[in-house]
Design a binder for this molecule. Structure first.
Ligand SMILES: Cc1ncc(COP(=O)(O)O)c(C=O)c1O
Length: 363
């Protein structure tokens, strides 16, 4: 880290690796002899096409995307996918089932309900989304077009530790806040999508990985820009794609590869999360919001002191000490430390040390 950078615990947009930012800065005015920045070049130019192709190939290789699936880069972030998923997939039977384990899964379900018969497959709302339901709690209708879940609940700090069994019903997963943090068996999924602004790139896009056999069932009202079949056919360039975001994703993917790929990312994220949870489980001041260890998120660690004033004081003092954006989401209160891939281990160590010191001072 350079001396004047702070540890930014924001839930997204969030930290990017320093080496990625430095590379982007070094290529800003003249990208590899082109005489222009990537922001300024035509998306139809040879030089940009090479960036696009390499980024897509690297994402496929890192996530081991099988040939049955295609990688798409789409506008509108993850929220646009809430609608796109439903409009493209629900037409098969008119039905879809949603696991409601947090705010974004609930928003996705509400959006889908505009386009068909949507049911709740399971919910954790009874305990303010502090846990992930067990497989035995999940009810998927045999004629559902798809089953939907959100693998990491950014606001509540819970994460699925298993891929649900659905007896052959295609699985759609919002992986916005844990994609690239661990290996994933892509072949188990019909659609994976992620808003890129946490573990992948600056905001402005969703990465979508789709089983190609699911495309082509879209409702007639589906806007062309949201049509998976068209996006596959046009290789994500039906219109001008988010060119610079794709370039930045390419740099982040090179960084992931240089770190040792997804196995290494998983080891590092486990180490970072354990530092925080181990401390929280032994603290007499702070407590984790999620007490079920199998449901805890390694990406967003939510905690509080049980005293709103003290929570506010903590977030404010931490900010002054160079650790920003620790205030929790309004739905949960307290604090949230988002520790995505680009958060260095040193940042988490510094936070834990600061928490210990705060605890000593506020006993
Ligand atoms: C899990 C999850 N899904 C969806 C979204 C919405 O993403 P976007 O702002 O890209 O639409 C977020 C945003 O934080 C998120 O964390």
């Amino acid at each position: 880290m350079t001396a004047d950078r702070i540890y930014n615990f924001s839930a997204g947009p969030s930290m990017l690796p320093v080496s990625v930012l430095e590379k982007a800065a070094s290529e800003m005015l003249n990208y590899r002899g082109s005489g222009m920045s990537v922001m300024e070049m035509s998306h139809r130019s040879k030089v940009y096409q090479a960036i696009f192709d390499e980024t897509k190939a690297d994402l496929k290789s890192i996530l081991k995307v099988p040939d049955t699936h295609e990688v798409l880069f789409m506008h509108g972030g993850a929220t646009a996918q809430f609608a796109a998923v439903a409009m493209n997939l629900i037409g098969k039977t008119g039905k879809a089932d949603y696991a409601v384990t947090g705010n974004f899964a609930n928003l996705a379900k509400k959006e889908a309900a505009k386009y068909g018969d949507v049911a709740e497959a399971c919910s954790s709302a009874d305990k303010n989304h502090t846990y992930i339901p067990a497989q035995s709690d999940i009810k998927v209708r045999p004629d559902a077009s798809y089953f939907y879940y959100c693998s990491n609940n950014t606001i509540y700090g819970t994460e699925w530790s298993y891929v649900p069994e659905t007896a052959g019903i295609p699985i759609v997963c919002d992986m916005s806040s844990d994609i690239l943090s661990k290996p994933v068996d892509v072949s188990k999924y019909g659609v994976i999508f992620a808003g890129v602004q946490k573990n992948m790139a600056p905001a402005g896009m969703a990465a979508v990985i789709i089983d190609k056999s699911l495309a082509g069932n879209e409702l007639a009202i589906t806007p062309t820009i949201m049509n998976y079949k068209t996006t596959i056919e046009k290789d994500s360039m039906y219109n001008t794609p988010p060119c610079y975001t794709i370039y930045m994703l390419g740099l982040v993917l090179k960084w992931v590869q240089s770190m040792g790929g997804l196995e290494a990312m998983e080891t590092i994220k486990r180490e970072k999360a354990a530092l925080l949870y181990d401390y929280l489980d032994n603290s007499t001041l702070f407590k984790a919001c999620c007490n079920d260890s199998a449901s805890r998120s390694d990406m967003n660690v939510t905690f509080n002191t049980g005293n709103e004033e003290l929570d506010a004081q903590f977030a404010s003092e931490a900010g002054k000490a160079g650790m920003s954006n620790l205030k929790g989401h309004r739905n949960v209160g307290g604090m949230r430390a988002s520790i995505y891939n680009a958060m260095p281990v040193e940042g988490v160590k510094k936070l834990v040390e600061f928490m210990k010191d705060f605890e000593m001072r506020n006993k």
